[in-house]
Write a new protein. Structure first.
Length: 337
């Protein structure tokens, strides 16, 4: 069974073809970073229009690379995300489903990230703990089986990715800020500033990064006033990154011990962070799984593999689903339609 995956939840157009027998066959990704960078963030209307422009050429590219005329089913991101962008992917998926006479499968974007490690040669076995750090989400999830998810902790305000981007903006690093901040941090001293590790010692497993962001902002303002900011940017970036990573690793380790889980999956864009990867491996006694770097950010391959695992839920192309908000714990194990 060949599953075509379509991802259009935000500012990346992703397409992939996954086979239940052969694995990942082909994939393509188009980033809209250049379009949005002049505005300092994602503009929803521009994102939707660019998905319209790029989606069909990318699908044709992937199908040509695979040497196929049509897939057996189409999986598309149905949410959460920008509604206009989701409608583009969902509308085209359903249109192609009618034209190709194949079923479609609406996929939860965060479940796609959670399952991205299933693309690797050594995927994790159930059960495991998932640390999802993507876009506006920072979550700890006990994954018992496919569709059996218990959210143990989530962000109460800014997600860690948002905290990276906002701190990068304070440091005038441009957009997207997270990767630029991580690169700058490699040249700094992560012990130069003692920034807070928010809620690390609280008994619950929730996250909060607004206090960390505020502490960084106040330090930057003080340095700007004294004229020392230029010489301290790398140290600020490194100290912020260390505080954020300490919080993520500490909470994830606590959650795994509490739930008796000896496997952790780290997925989402911040999952590509080098310090997070090294610290999780160093401090967590169990096995840690990551998607390869190209599948940490939004991509079609994670939607295609999620579609393959939820093939029993394939339906006729009659309804376009697009949810700006969609809680992961409302999903269920796959059942026949």
């Amino acid at each position: 069974m060949n599953i075509l995956g379509i991802e259009t939840s935000c500012d990346e157009t992703g397409v992939a073809l996954f086979s239940r027998e052969r694995g990942l066959i082909a994939h393509a990704l188009h980033s809209q970073v250049d379009l949005h960078s002049v505005y300092g963030g994602v503009v929803p209307e521009i994102a939707s229009r660019d998905h319209v422009r790029m989606l069909l050429p990318l699908i044709q590219q992937v199908m040509d690379e695979a040497g196929l005329e049509r897939p057996d089913a189409i999986a598309y991101t149905a949410g959460p995300g920008l509604v206009g962008a989701l409608m583009v992917g969902g509308g085209l998926a359903n249109g192609l489903g009618l034209a190709w006479d194949c079923p479609v499968i609406p996929i939860h974007h965060m479940e796609g990230h959670l399952l991205a490690t299933m693309l690797e040669d050594e995927p994790p076995e159930y059960p495991f703990l998932a640390l999802l750090v993507s876009g506006g989400h920072t979550m700890l999830i006990a994954v018992r089986e496919l569709g059996e998810y218990e959210i143990l902790g989530t962000t109460l305000d800014d997600a860690v990715g948002e905290a990276f981007d906002k701190t990068a903006k304070l440091l005038e690093l441009g957009y997207p800020g997270g990767p630029a901040l991580a690169a700058l941090a490699e040249r700094g001293d992560d012990k130069a500033y003692s920034f807070p590790r928010p809620m690390l010692n609280k008994p619950n497993l929730d996250f909060s990064f607004s206090g960390l962001k505020t502490a960084v902002m106040l330090e930057i303002r003080k340095l700007e006033h004294s004229g020392d900011i230029d010489s301290c940017r790398a140290d600020i970036a490194a100290s912020f990154q260390r505080a954020a990573v300490d919080t993520l690793v500490g909470k994830a380790t606590k959650a795994a011990v509490t739930e008796g889980l000896n496997r952790i999956v780290v997925a989402g864009g911040v999952g590509a962070n080098r310090l997070l990867r090294s610290e999780m491996a160093r401090r967590y006694p169990g096995k840690v799984y990551y998607p390869r770097l190209e599948f940490c950010t939004d991509n079609g391959a994670m939607i295609a593999v999620a579609g393959a695992l939820r093939l029993a839920e394939a339906r006729d192309a009659t309804e376009i689903r697009a949810h700006a908000r969609w809680s992961l714990d409302t999903l269920a194990a796959p059942v026949a339609a």
